[in-house]
Design a protein around this ligand. Structure first.
Ligand SMILES: C[S@@+](CC[C@H](N)C(=O)[O-])C[C@H]1O[C@@H](n2cnc3c(N)ncnc32)[C@H](O)[C@@H]1O
Length: 397
């Protein structure tokens, strides 16, 4: 082995990583490992690089090998534990955090992740109360409010399809706060997949609670771009409109993309907190707090474009929504809507959102519309995978 060549390539990898050129860094770390298999610093670098790229599952193996090196620093165990946590391997994550803590006491943030991992793992054999005791014991004086921990855990466990554990935490939360509309519905979803739409009271509470974090979480963390992509799709067919409705407008992410059409813009949403954000963003001539179908029914023939970005995911059965949208559009008007793409029909997901198959969208919209464009997109980067969405452009008959 040419030690100088290995060192040079390792330096290239570190420099590329430092400059944010992750693809180059990955290639260089892998080249080091070809020349020098088991090079533990390259394994660690590769693992970190894969973590930055959110390829957590792939990161586990190099990080595990790097952590096995003699005298591996505690940070290597911590990174491995974190990668395991992010892949949903909570038992192994908790064991690895414990091993790291035995070498050197964990700082605050990894200690709290350890406490969560151990609690989520404990839910396999123990009731929620006992699992949360595990959390409190490990977190010690750093422990956060148990309701917050349980709410977050519920979402994480649903994302990893650990539905029994999620139900246990959901029931604990419901017993603690029977008036929590968000939890009550999300728990009901896990036991009754026949619910055919999200109740308005749930949607309102959910988004009132979410409004402050919505833009950062959706756009920056989940890579959400449906409003802009829908507007681009519309522009391929038509570039001027008189009156546009942004249905379920939320914080108004669509407004900047709709400006080019030169229309009077109305936004409608159930959540006052989301509407307040849309007011701040600007771009709307009217913002109305109302339920989508009720509002559509009150506006016969009023719009020539209706945009519904990430709103159909709160309706299972779309028949009433399509009928009301057709009523609110002038003849020849367009409905641009996104779905979470399902295989067939509609399906209530454990996330409390709905997925719709192409067959269902086509059949249900048919009385009032014909589909003129369809485009699959990566909708959101979720905890475990990228969710595929579908954009539809429908023309009112
Ligand atoms: C995921 S957000 C999307 C917001 C915005 N369209 C965007 O793409 O950024 C869904 C929005 O639809 C609203 N919404 C869901 N169901 C609704 C309904 N039945 N009536 C009115 N608004 C609704 C929610 O309050 C929320 O603001």
């Amino acid at each position: 082995m040419d030690i100088q060549a290995v060192d040079d390539m390792f330096a290239v990898a570190v420099a590329a990583s430092g400059e944010g050129r992750q693809d180059d860094a990955e290639a260089a770390f892998r080249a080091v490992l070809v020349m020098s298999p088991g090079h533990d610093e390259a394994l660690f670098g590769l693992g970190l690089n894969l973590m930055i790229a959110r390829r957590f599952q792939e990161a586990v193996e190099p990080l595990a090998l790097a952590a096995q090196a003699p005298d591996a620093e505690p940070v290597r165990h911590q990174c491995l534990a974190h990668a395991l946590f992010l892949t949903g391997a909570f038992t192994r994550a908790a064991e690895t955090f414990a091993a790291a803590d035995a070498i050197a006491p964990l700082p605050e943030s990894p200690r709290l992740t350890w406490a969560r991992a151990a609690a989520y793992a404990a839910l396999d054999q123990s009731p929620a109360e006992a699992a949360l005791d595990v959390y409190a014991r490990i977190a010690g004086p750093l422990a956060e409010d148990l309701g917050t921990v349980a709410r977050e855990g519920f979402g994480v466990l649903v994302a990893f399809d650990r539905l029994d554990a999620a139900r246990a935490l959901g029931a604990w939360l419901e017993a603690r706060d029977p008036d929590d509309k968000i939890r009550a519905h999300e728990l009901r979803v896990l036991v009754d997949p026949s619910i055919d739409r999200a109740p308005p009271a749930y949607v309102e509470a959910l988004f009132d609670d979410f409004a402050e974090r919505f833009d950062r979480q959706l756009v920056e963390m989940l890579g959400y771009r449906a409003p802009a992509l829908l507007a681009d799709l519309v522009a391929t067919r038509r570039t001027r409109f008189e009156r546009i409705l942004d249905l379920g407008c939320g914080t108004g992410l669509a407004a900047p993309s709709l400006e080019r059409f030169g229309a009077e813009l109305t936004g409608v949403d159930l959540s006052s907190a989301m509407l307040a954000k849309a007011v701040e963003r600007g771009g709307y001539d009217h913002l109305v707090q109302a339920e989508a179908i009720d509002f559509l029914k009150s506006q016969p023939g009023a719009f020539d474009l209706i945009l519904a970005a990430d709103v159909l995911i709160y309706f299972g059965d779309l028949a009433a929504l399509f009928a009301a949208a057709a009523e609110a559009l002038a003849p020849g008007g367009l409905l641009a809507a996104s779905t979470e793409l399902g295989e067939t029909g509609w399906r209530l997901l454990p996330t409390a959102r709905y997925a719709h198959g192409d067959d269902y969208v086509e059949a249900t919209s048919a009385p009032g519309f014909r589909i003129v464009e369809r485009q699959e997109i990566p909708l959101r980067r979720e905890t475990t995978a990228v969710t595929t969405g579908c954009l539809y452009l429908l023309e009112r008959l």
